[in-house]
Design a protein around this ligand. Sequence first.
Ligand SMILES: NC(=O)c1ccc[n+]([C@@H]2O[C@H](COP(=O)([O-])OP(=O)(O)OC[C@H]3O[C@@H](n4cnc5c(N)ncnc54)[C@H](O)[C@@H]3O)[C@@H](O)[C@H]2O)c1
Length: 258
Amino acid sequence: MTGRLKDKVAVVIGSARGIGRAVAEAFGAEGARLALVDWNEDEGRRTAESFNRSNQECIFIKGDVSNRGDLLRAVDDVIGRFGRIDILCQNAGIFPQTLIEDISEDEWDRVLAVNLKGTFLSVQACLPVMRAQGYGRIVLTSSITGPRVGQPRNAHYSATKAGMNGFMRTAALELAPSGITINAVEPGNILTEGITGGGHDEAFFIAQQAAIPMGRLGTPQEVAHAYVFLASDEAAYITGQSIIVDGGQILPEGAVTP
Ligand SMILES: NC(=O)c1ccc[n+]([C@@H]2O[C@H](COP(=O)([O-])OP(=O)(O)OC[C@H]3O[C@@H](n4cnc5c(N)ncnc54)[C@H](O)[C@@H]3O)[C@@H](O)[C@H]2O)c1
């Protein structure tokens, strides 16, 4: 690693495990000081402790991304400890698998509250600090599902991820004059605890694998490199854009044959 994020302070929301954990680890490996925010306190603390053991400066803050008060407290804690916030990664997301006729109003509201409102709230909470600094790098975890493709049982999820991209484009316009960029990563199918424990049967994984030209699901580490780039000064002139990291999944016109 080359210290591309040396001395930057990075807040990663939804980082106890999965993609967020890999992103935080990659930021730390590039020299960033880390604040992990997650509603899962046990797993979040364990992750932060493991980073500390490998000599990364890292704190854990318990918080629900859909709760404004939690986010404002988290920002206060990070400022108290590190004095600034250079990078915000909003990665927290939930993806219950439900057909449209079976989605309850509560489930719809919950998915929108975490994935979409959480994105708005976390960006809003960090804005005063980033505007005062005249500097910020915001990276959102979107998805190919919604912005690029559809997937049965993902109607609410797809709506949130497409919504995140729309939010990002307008935010990019509002934030550009303050030296703040906002971009997104759109992962394809990535092997995380959330996916393997998410109620998918074996047929799902076989079908996904068959639909991916590279013939396999991705790893969280493979996705994390895109976040490091967007969070770094190498991406200083990029805003309002997304990078698809999907092993070519959205490209085929028909079934993928070897
Ligand atoms: N894994 C994939 O294939 C894939 C593909 C595209 C997009 N994504 C997106 O990537 C992100 C991470 O997915 P993952 O597969 O790593 O999931 P995961 O379930 O393995 O990890 C998600 C993390 O976010 C935390 N979290 C969830 N809700 C939260 C909340 N309200 N407040 C704070 N923390 C919360 C969880 O505790 C967990 O630590 C999500 O936004 C997901 O939509 C995942």
